[in-house]
Design a protein around this ligand. Structure first.
Ligand SMILES: Nc1ncnc2c1ncn2[C@@H]1O[C@H](COP(=O)(O)OP(=O)(O)OP(=O)(O)O)[C@@H](O)[C@H]1O
Ligand SMILES: [Mg+2]
Length: 263
């Protein structure tokens, strides 16, 4: 089950999440938290969904088909975060991945300050893994991140705040190789990939957290799920679709070959 916002351009948000889960062979259900009006050049407007209706989607859907895992994306206000926490307590799903989405690729702010505090103090402790990008990790920890060592330090600050597992995405650091890190109390894993020179990286973060959730829901360990998900995202960026005039989408179908009969 995906709890997140809709991206009308199809490259990020719920649309990216559904494509990812589907392309990796699983079944996606959704609870939509907001409708964003955007294209690859930026966000024009955000229409929020009433927090009771978000809870209604989560609880009614899960009552029928119990999710094997939950991926949480955009939660724009403290009211929404509180409702989601309440619903999570009711449906009792153990595997939860939180992508603490705060700023869209074009720079639009997707969450308010009070909500950031609530995320930090009440939600990150309840989930299996959080997947902030560099700016989000900086906001959540109050640290500056310029190097891999800074990333590890910030991840440990998040562990100190009660996060069980932390995955910090290195896409925003201007290094030759992209380095993502997975940290918990027992281990540190660094995943290094060649940086692909492209501006078509809209939705990489949403895609990554949905891919992790899918592998995790199917019984892989969290660590293995993170490794496989970064591979999938890397392949999807490499396809370089080049749609739109701004930050274009990645190719979610990079894992799929079309049956000959359907060509
Ligand atoms: N140019 C690139 N080449 C290769 N991998 C990349 C590139 N940019 C991002 N990635 C990978 O994509 C994943 C998502 O990282 P990123 O830092 O872009 O997340 P994000 O900022 O949350 O994305 P979003 O814009 O969707 O919110 C990470 O695994 C990262 O290493
Ligand atoms: Mg993101």
């Amino acid at each position: 089950m995906i709890i997140a916002g809709s991206d009308s351009s199809g490259g990020a948000g719920i649309q990216a999440d559904i494509k990812t889960v589907t392309a990796l062979g699983s079944y996606a259900m959704t609870a939509i938290t907001a409708v964003t009006i955007q294209n690859t050049t930026g966000v024009k407007a955000i229409v929020t969904i009433d927090s009771n209706e978000i809870s209604n989607q989560i609880e009614f859907t899960a009552k029928d088909i119990k999710p094997d895992a939950i991926k949480i994306g955009m939660l724009h206000s403290s009211k929404v975060i509180k409702s989601v926490i309440r619903s999570l307590d009711i449906i009792k799903v153990k595997k939860i991945i939180l992508d603490p989405v705060m700023i869209a690729k074009g720079g639009a702010k997707l969450i308010n300050d009070k909500a950031v505090e609530l995320l930090k103090n009440e939600l990150i402790q309840k989930v299996s893994l959080i997947t902030p990008n560099i700016p989000e990790a900086e906001i959540l920890t109050g640290t500056k991140i310029k190097t891999k060592e800074d990333m590890i330090y910030a991840a440990n600050v998040l562990i100190g705040l009660g996060a069980k597992n932390v995955f910090i995405k290195g896409g925003h650091l201007e290094t030759n190789a992209v380095q993502d890190i997975f940290v918990n109390k027992k281990e540190i894993m660094i995943i290094k990939n060649r940086r692909i020179a492209t501006s078509n990286t809209h939705g990489t973060g949403c895609t990554l957290s949905s891919a992790i959730s899918t592998f995790f829901s199917c019984g892989k360990t969290l660590k293995k799920s993170c490794e496989l998900a970064t591979k999938y995202v890397n392949n999807s960026i490499r396809s370089n679709l080049n749609y739109g005039k701004g930050y274009g989408p990645i190719n979610h179908l990079s894992s799929i070959t079309v049956d000959k009969k359907l060509r």
